[in-house]
Design a protein around this ligand. Sequence first.
Ligand code: PEP
Ligand code: MG
Length: 540
Amino acid sequence: MMTISGKSVFGGVAIGKLMFYKRNEKVIKRTHVDDVDAEWQRFVAAKDKAVSQLKELHDKALEDVGEANAMIFEIHQMMLEDLDYLESIENIIRSQQLNAEYAVATTADNFAKMFSAMDDAYMQGRAADVKDVSERVLDILCGVSDGMQEMTEPCIIAADDLAPSETVQLDKSKVLGFATMYGSSNSHTAILARTMNIPAVIGMGEELKQEYDGKLSIIDGFTGTLYIDPDNETMTKMQDKRSKDLEQKALLEQLRGKENVTKSGQKINVYANIGNVSDLGAVIKNDAGGIGLFRSEFLYLENTDFPTEEQQFAVYKQVAETMAGKKVIIRTLDIGADKQVDYFGLDKEENPALGYRAIRICLTRPEIFKTQLRALYRAAMFGNISIMFPMIISMKEIHKIKEIIAEVKDELTREGIPFRDDVELGVMIETPASVMISRELAKEVDFFSVGTNDLTQYTLAIDRQNSKLDEFYDPHHPAILAMIKMAAENAHAEGAWIGICGELGADLELTEEFLKMGLDELSVSPAMVLPLRKRIRECE
Ligand code: PEP
Ligand code: MG
């Protein structure tokens, strides 16, 4: 048995096979082939397999995210059957006597360049699609699997580190837990593990070796330990620990339907954070009073191109309808820093956390922002949606946002498209600047939600992604608590309400203090809703 220690980011015990996350690292060579007929048939077989994979993806997406979102996989199938595309590949194989991999890669490049050069924005967007479908065929031809495509049974995922875009694309029903070599407790990957309610241990360093791939393992998410090839004694101990944990969770179930109220009668709303419609089940199961943060950027991270207005509308509508009148706070796109999306074409930056991200992208690329706002205002007809803006630092930004909202409303009115006019608007308090101007901000918006993850990063000047700094990262720092208190006083002075949607909201050591500050809401990962309710009910 091997025992490796790391940092726990979510409790619980997971037992299963360890599987290393495989990235797509193929090298395309240009080689001469003698039998061009056989080479063409090799391509046709790979293409047919890719089409059937896309059919399966389409059916799965249809169930998970609805018809509008699933359509992309149908378009991808059609692209693989496109006559011009096939002719180009066949021509390279037959006339130049070259291998199928080279023919596919060259055709993909040529078609992508051709699409990019077109005037029409829709056709330009197809460049990413043709590359994407060709990559799928190349994976099959080269025999590599991308990510976890080959996962047939639920596994514990091991990796050096996982990017948020990789994490969101994992098949959640097959992930028992995460074990990574690097990463920090405040990264979005750690946040996703908490949202997905799975045991996770990070920062195990070089001791987590590739040679453990396929071995039976146990994650103890309470102590931050990974056991490889566990002996009988450890297995029995861990099975026991897992049963006790499940019993505790069952006990918490009794708090479903109960109020979030202290012994002296003070009430507070407890909402849940989500990144995806597939998290809705956990929200309902854990009896959250609403959604305090829908990180809408994950919609962009899951896609290979900008999600259209219709795709976004379908998702926001589904969330609003599922929550049936309960509050759903959707945060506008917070791309940038660690959340990178290729098709945004963002430049590499020296200091991405201090760079071009979130509202800064939205205000300088209003066409992206407007598409999202149109979808949000339309979807607001179907439930209780509030809109929240990230990374705010100035009043100028609020004025600009309001101008853009007015334009969006005008456009929808002119087009005769129904939308809800009186949507509640809020801002995230996650920069020291927003705290210092919170009295002014509170006059302009209906609510604040404190993003303690970034507020801590920017106040303490500590990169939340850098695990070397974890010992200096003190979310209980008096400066952070003073800032939350100040924002709360200013919000209430102007008749606005205030909550916390950063990870600190789930810190049960601070619940009493947050109640004393008079916070109106705490939004936490779905699995933390009932433990937080329990803590609130114990408070005086
Ligand atoms: C935060 O910064 O606390 C927050 C909730 O936003 P995110 O973690 O997505 O940056
Ligand atoms: Mg943030």
